[in-house]
Design a protein around this ligand. Structure first.
Ligand code: 5RP
Length: 219
C-alpha cells in the first residue's frame, strides 16, 4: 500500500470516533484532508466543525460542512489531526504544515485527541523531524539563539507567514527525550507563540496506517 492509500485508510477509520450530533475538531494536513473527505459522507449527522487552519476551513466548506467559530464552542468530544512524529506515549511533533498554534488551541478544547498517521510517523524518540516553533517576527533572532543554546540548529522557514501572521523556525538536531519539559521550557520564552511539541495535549488514541491495516494505539 502507498503512503497516500494509508492516509485514506486512517482518514476513514477516524469516522468511528466522531460523536454523532456533536461538533468535531479538525486538524490540518494531507492526512486530515482524507479525513475531511470521509467526514463529508456523514455531514448531516454532525453539528459542524471547528477548524485549525484556513486550508482545512476551505476544504470543509467546499464539502458543505459548517465551520463554527471556536469562541462559540466550549467543549468538543474529539479532535482529529495528523502528526509529523508520534512516540509510544502519544507525544507528538506537529507543525510541518505551519498550523501548530491553532491545532493546539482546538486540541485543548477537546476531550480526546485522535491522531491519524501512517506508520512512518511512529518513532521511539521525537526530534528527527525538525521541530517547528511559531514566533512573533521581531523575536525570531533571539529565539534562534536560545534554540541553538539548547543544542539545536534553527532556521527560519523561508516565505512562510502563518494564519496568525507569524513566522516558523524549524529546529534540527534535537533529541526530545522529555517532551513535556521541553514544551514547557520553549513555550515560556517571550515571542514564542507555540512550540510544535504536543505533550500536554498529547494523543489519547493513534490510528496508525500499516500495510496490514489500521493499528489502534491507546495511551
Ligand atoms: C500541520 C501538522 C500536520 O498534522 C502534520 O504536518 C502532518 O501532516 P501530514 O498529514 O500532511 O503528514 O501538524 O501543521
Amino acid at each position: 500500500m502507498t503512503q497516500d492509500e494509508l492516509k485514506v485508510l486512517v482518514g476513514q477509520a477516524a469516522l468511528d470516533y466522531v460523536v454523532p450530533g456533536s461538533v468535531v475538531g479538525v486538524g490540518t494536513g494531507s492526512t486530515v484532508n482524507c479525513f475531511i473527505d470521509a467526514l463529508a459522507t456523514m455531514k448531516d449527522r454532525i453539528a459542524g466543525a471547528v477548524s485549525s487552519s484556513e486550508k482545512s476551513t476551505q476544504r470543509l466548506l467546499a464539502h458543505g460542512i459548517a465551520v463554527l467559530d471556536s469562541n462559540t464552542v466550549s467543549s468538543i468530544p474529539v479532535y482529529i489531526d495528523g502528526a509529523d512524529e508520534i512516540d509510544h506515549q502519544g507525544n507528538m511533533v506537529k507543525g510541518g504544515g505551519a498550523a501548530l498554534t491553532r491545532e493546539k488551541i482546538v486540541a485543548d478544547t477537546a476531550e480526546r485527541f485522535v491522531c491519524i498517521a501512517d506508520a512512518s510517523k511512529l518513532v521511539d524518540v521525537l526530534g528527527a523531524f525538525p521541530l517547528p516553533v511559531e514566533v512573533i517576527p521581531m523575536a525570531a533572532a533571539q529565539i534562534m539563539r536560545r534554540l541553538q543554546a539548547l543544542g539545536g540548529q534553527p532556521s527560519l522557514r523561508e516565505g512562510v507567514v502563518t494564519d496568525n501572521g507569524c513566522h516558523i523556525i524549524d529546529v534540527r538536531g534535537l533529541r526530545i527525550a522529555n517532551p513535556a519539559e521541553m514544551e514547557r521550557e520553549i513555550n515560556q520564552w517571550p515571542g514564542v507563540v507555540t512550540v510544535g511539541i504536543f505533550a500536554r495535549n498529547r494523543a489519547s488514541v493513534c490510528l496508525l496506517g500499516t500495510p496490514d491495516g489500521v493499528k489502534t494505539l491507546t495511551f
